[in-house]
Design a protein around this ligand. Structure first.
Ligand code: ZN
Length: 145
């Protein structure tokens, strides 16, 4: 298992990206729009993990609601697991509240599911299983911007 990425809610990519460029010493590895989640995302590769800056693309985006309630900042932590369905089943058996009982398609074509923060120290945790790259490209729903 590893930390796959950290999602950070920002009000403006235009303002936040230069700060992370300064900090990390390089520009974003990709920028994409995830229409499903109504966010624009700037992805910085950091070693084996990533930092994803999430800017709402619409006032009814989940990220806009998060910023409205709690202000900008760390939004979720994503752990990569070997078998997502098995992990979800095991956690459910042990009483962990799940947002998703079944894996769903992530923005990059991976399988993802969220755990409910009430079960995880009030931290929103996303679990992710990487899929075969070729399949991932076919399933890609985002478009590069
Ligand atoms: Zn994420």
């Amino acid at each position: 298992m590893k930390i796959h990425h950290l999602g950070i809610a920002v009000e403006s990519l235009e303002k936040a990206v230069p700060i992370f460029e300064l900090l990390l010493g390089h520009s974003p590895d990709s920028t994409k729009e995830v229409r499903d989640q109504k966010v624009r995302v700037a992805v910085f590769q950091v070693g084996e993990s990533r930092i994803e800056l999430l800017e709402p693309s619409s006032p009814d985006s989940p990220i806009a609601r998060f910023i409205g309630k709690r202000g900008p900042g760390i939004h979720h932590l994503t752990l990569e697991v070997g078998n997502l369905q098995n992990t979800l089943d095991t956690l459910a058996q042990r009483g962990v509240r799940l947002v998703h009982r079944k894996p769903r398609d992530g923005a990059g074509g991976e399988s993802i599911a969220f755990l409910h923060p009430s079960s995880t120290a009030n931290v929103l945790i996303e679990l992710l299983e990487e899929r075969d790259r070729k399949q991932a490209d076919n399933n890609q729903e985002q478009r590069d911007i």
